[in-house]
Design a protein around this ligand. Structure first.
Ligand SMILES: Nc1ncnc2c1ncn2[C@@H]1O[C@H](COP(=O)(O)OP(=O)(O)OP(=O)(O)O)[C@@H](O)[C@H]1O
Ligand SMILES: [Mg+2]
Length: 425
């Protein structure tokens, strides 16, 4: 019989989640959606079949136009008052604590079905900072996530900072004495851990720091600058009386560009407000698109189109010129997104990310030229705008690419046998 652990390591990500466990002293990732070891952190409440669909299937249901409510990027809501607000889904009142718990329970069940083993303890990753500068919100986010795990059926929950887990998973790429910096750029947050490789003694974590900027913020930035103006953002609305005009209010566009806010936009009031804007718009063609998005609930379709455009614009070997394809909104509507244009939109976010990394070095009393390895993990670490900013900030360091999507869960699993022997942390 293989020696297995009843502790699950879970990387609950803004965009993707993963789970694994120890088998015979080795970290093993679990297939949680068909043959895949990641499950997109997404749910679809299917009104027709009265059931909840998860992961890639949830995205397919959304794109296929099934009748229901899609949710993604829920991790970004942890710590906010919205977590405790309830709404009716499939005929039942649920708050977001229950919705996140439902996702985690599904991950647990799938892990158990896949391995034939039951898990009642979890070592979960956590970003260094759920919210950049609001300590109370940050602490509340951890309280919320703990509650979600407990509601999902875990009896004991411990946490480890995500970049520290990634450092552990990548210890083998460094040599003794190396000073490494994990650069974990995910969907919702950017996290850094400075560590020293100490040979057989393993790694020594020096310090960690994080900021709430990730791939979903890149999506938002690109959407606000390149897509929302096509829906009337910034355009003029005539006054009911007189010849004066004012600019269309920004709030609806900002929310439409923000993954985790989209499900809250489909209300009668929002639709009526958009109709009014279209009625008095100087360019009704644009505002009518906003009306259509709200009426037909196309917000997530737009967000996926932006994300796909971002990934295409980031690919130097793409065969076609990169663009954001908005056929779902209007046949043939597409917005060119050359790499240079994307870089310009995202430059300030990339700079802010790199500044957090240099601030970490200063805080840890480490000379930047002494950092000799950068270990890139997380989906958004593949963005060239991020890589460029990091290379400029740490010019002496060599860049290593870890397993972008699985390094964190790997590290969590590696740490899981020891996580429950110490005091709760
Ligand atoms: N090839 C790619 N190029 C650029 N970005 C990508 C690529 N593939 C995925 N991404 C982006 O990576 C992000 C998801 O990364 P990842 O799965 O590491 O995040 P996460 O762990 O869910 O989030 P977090 O750790 O912040 O909670 C998404 O924003 C996605 O658009
Ligand atoms: Mg992550």
């Amino acid at each position: 019989m293989a020696a297995v652990s009843s502790t699950l390591g879970i990387d609950f990500g803004t965009s993707n989640s993963a789970a694994g466990y120890m088998v015979d002293g080795k970290a093993q990732l679990i297939q949680v959606e068909g043959g895949e070891t990641t499950l997109p952190t997404a749910l679809f409440f299917d009104n027709e079949e009265k059931r909840i669909i998860f992961g890639r299937e949830a995205q397919e249901a959304l794109i296929g136009g099934d009748d229901g409510r899609y949710m993604r990027a829920l991790k970004s809501l942890l710590g906010t008052p919205l977590m405790r607000e309830s709404r009716v889904l499939l005929g039942k009142r649920m708050d977001f604590i229950a919705i996140v718990a439902r996702f985690l329970a599904e991950l647990k069940t799938r892990a158990e079905t896949s391995t034939g083993q039951s898990f009642d303890r979890v070592l979960s990753g956590r970003p260094v900072m759920f919210h950049s500068s609001d300590e109370a919100r940050n602490a509340q986010a951890l309280v919320d996530l703990t509650e979600c795990y407990e509601l999902a059926g875990f009896k004991d929950v411990r946490f480890m900072a995500e970049p520290e887990a990634a450092a552990l998973a990548n210890r083998a790429v460094l040599s003794q004495g190396d000073l490494g910096l994990v650069v974990d750029i995910g969907g919702g947050t950017s996290d850094f851990t400075l560590f020293r490789q100490e040979g057989d003694a393993g790694i020594h974590i020096l310090a960690s720091k994080g900021v709430r900027i990730g791939g979903t913020d890149f999506d938002r930035g690109l959407s606000l600058e390149h897509v929302m103006p096509q829906l009337g953002m910034g355009s003029d609305i005539k006054h009911v009386f007189g010849a004066e005009t004012h600019t269309a209010p920004h709030a609806v566009f900002t929310e439409l560009a923000t993954w985790q806010k989209i499900p809250f936009l489909y209300t009668r009031e929002q639709r009526r407000a958009a109709q009014d804007l279209a009625t008095y718009a100087v360019e009704p063609v644009l505002l009518n698109r906003l009306v259509k998005v709200l009426e037909e609930e196309l917000g997530h379709d737009l967000a996926f189109a932006v994300e796909a455009g971002k990934i295409a614009a980031n690919n130097p070997n793409a065969s076609a010129p990169p663009e954001i394809k908005l056929d779902v909104l209007e046949r043939g509507l597409c917005i060119p997104l050359p790499a240079a244009m994307m870089a310009a939109t995202l430059a300030s976010m990339a700079t802010e990310i790199a500044q957090v990394a240099t601030a970490l070095a200063v805080q840890a009393d480490v000379n930047i030229p002494n950092v000799n390895k950068l270990v890139f993990v997380g989906g958004s670490s593949m963005m060239s705008v991020v890589e460029r900013a990091m290379r400029a900030a740490f010019p002496q360091a060599e860049v290593h690419r870890g397993a972008a999507m699985t390094a964190i869960v790997d590290g969590l699993v590696l740490a899981s046998p020891h996580a429950f022997s110490s005091a709760r942390g």
